[in-house]
Write a protein that binds this ligand. Structure first.
Ligand code: GAP
Length: 516
């Protein structure tokens, strides 16, 4: 399936099966804001629980926090967000559409990359097994020219961004002859910096004094609580603070469904370390976070590291874990070595000491920080991208049919077990099924379903990713056995009612994920 169709399919599936709805849909929606439906909220909660358990429950040296969305406005001055949390924007004067200037340039680079990919494909076809891609890319004159072109554009983009040189960025857009995809014209405004923070006003203070920001990252709530947490939990360095919560950014380009939202949720962990030890911990968290993703079944070909070309103002090293979304490899999670930048700035602007007394070296210092930061919504999109599949399966009558199946890891599935009476209109079956459901619901997220033929009910459970279906039939009434159907293998087995919980628990329990 073409990438674009795959993406459209995924969005449609999310809506049809109650995972994600456009916010305020009855009013034609609010752009880049989404609501999670009944199955969506279960899946998202399971992803958040998995993250929380792997950070807080599995690490004695990481503790949790839930800080407020509103913070003292000086927080954002100290963190650099008031002055530097900007995206370069450009408007097209004919369509009145607004774009991120850097994204226009990145898209131009992607177009050139596509030309390279096309040449490679053609050559692959021509040379068959003999084809050496590396040699081809480095020696073919047209491909080498394209590669050099990309490198030169990347360099100019990086330089103009790090020097905050907006005229240079505009020049790059003009040199690349980039046209507005909407109007087709090149009638651009100058490039301006646009601050991404949403602001609001405190009720009892007028003007600038009362200006509040909706936090653009959860991180700063962790920094300003660093000493409160350290002292109350008596943690010694190195130790971490984890937090899950909403963040808000007034994104200029808000496309790609839940990939880039204006209101989203982050799962962030700040790991406080001795100065000089940050690179050791940076490497540790890079590896640990990659393993976390792979435990969910995400493969080597779906994930990759991407070192930052441009370091943020607070970082001395930074890498993204990128995932292959239906629109290509994009950032899923960031791992940043943030030095002592944030704590030092909060110390400076608040006038309060934010230092740790290290008994081992008998010295006080501002700790260094390694951060892991992932969007819960992006994680959701990655899980759905990986899981949503169409496959050909044998029918009951020996023919073949296609099914849509959501092959989520069983431990994060929104419904863990569905209980289905074979027939709806036989009270003895529905009563027996209700009895099984009422027992299982104490241990698992269960669903009882008696509507439609059994085959259609199986398909519905496949489409929401339920790993197990239990069917109650006439044999159940005689010998207390049921059929258990496994989503991925489609295997059906006859087991005793008392065995259900053990079998289901083995696959849907979080332990298999956490023991990775
Ligand atoms: N505290 C560091 C920080 O916020 P970031 O790279 O700007 O770093 C971290 O964001 C993660 O938050 C990203 O990797 C992404 O998963 C998620 N994220 C950022 N902006 C987002 C948006 N507009 N919509 C959805 N998720 C977003």
């Amino acid at each position: 399936m073409a990438q674009q169709d795959q993406f459209k399919n995924l969005i449609a599936h999310c809506k049809e099966y109650g995972f994600i709805f456009q916010s305020s849909e009855v009013y034609d929606g609010l752009s880049a804001v989404y609501d999670y439906g009944p199955y969506g909220v279960e899946l998202k909660n399971n992803l958040k629980d998995y993250w929380w358990a792997s950070m807080v429950q599995m690490h004695e040296d990481i503790v949790g926090l839930d800080s407020a969305i509103f913070m003292h406005p000086k927080t954002w001055k100290a963190s650099g967000h008031v002055d530097a949390f900007n995206d370069p924007l450009i408007d097209n004067k004919d369509s009145n559409k607004r774009y991120r200037a850097d994204v226009l340039v990145e898209e131009a680079m992607e177009k050139i990359q596509k030309k390279i990919d096309k040449e490679v494909k053609k050559a692959q076809k021509r040379f068959g097994d003999e084809f050496d891609q590396e040699q081809f890319v480095s020696t073919h004159p047209r491909v080498s020219r394209y590669t050099e072109e990309i490198a030169s554009i990347r360099e100019r983009l990086a330089t103009s961004m790090s020097n905050n040189d907006m005229p240079a960025l505009k020049q790059l857009i003009e040199d690349l002859d980039i046209a507005d995809p909407e109007s087709g014209t090149r009638n651009w405004t100058d490039v301006r910096q646009f601050n991404l923070m949403f602001s609001t006003q405190l009720g009892n203070i007028a003007g600038e004094e009362g200006k509040l920001y909706l936090r653009p990252e959860t991180t700063q709530g962790i920094f300003v609580n660093f000493l409160n947490v350290q002292k109350t939990t008596r943690q010694k360095l190195p130790f971490g603070i984890a937090q899950i919560g909403k963040a808000f950014r007034n994104e200029i380009v808000a496309r790609q469904f839940i990939f880039r939202m204006r209101e989203f949720e982050q799962m962030e962990m700040q790991f406080f370390v001795r100065p000089g030890e940050e690179m050791k911990w940076y490497e540790y968290w890079k590896e640990s976070r990659m393993k976390w993703h792979k435990a969910l079944g995400h493969t080597d070909s779906e994930l990759r590291f991407h070192d930052h070309d441009n370091l943020a103002h607070y970082a001395n090293a930074a890498v993204d874990i990128e995932f292959q979304f239906p629109f290509g490899f994009k950032e899923l999670e960031g791992i940043h070595s943030r030095t002592d930048f944030d704590l030092s700035r909060h110390q400076e602007l608040s006038g309060r000491k934010l230092q740790y007394f290290d008994p081992e070296v008998n010295e006080s210092y501002v700790p260094y920080v390694v951060e892991t930061s992932i969007g819960a919504d992006r994680m959701f999109l990655a899980a759905m991208t990986h899981a949503l599949q169409e496959e050909t399966v044998p029918d009951a009558d020996g023919k073949e049919s296609t099914r849509t199946v959501l092959k989520l890891h069983p431990a994060i599935a929104p419904v863990q077990v569905a209980v289905l009476p074979l027939l709806k209109n036989r009270e003895e079956l529905t009563k027996a099924a209700r009895d099984v459901f009422d027992k299982l619901k104490f241990s698992f997220q269960c669903q009882y379903d008696e509507k439609d033929a059994i085959g259609r009910r199986y398909r519905r459970q496949d489409a929401i990713g339920t790993p197990y279906c239990i069917t109650i039939d006439f044999e159940t009434l005689d010998d207390h056995t049921v059929t258990i159907r496994e989503r991925d293998s489609l295997k059906q087995e006859r087991i005793h009612i008392d065995q259900i919980a053990d079998i289901v628990r083995k696959r849907v329990g979080r332990e298999s994920l956490l023991r990775r």
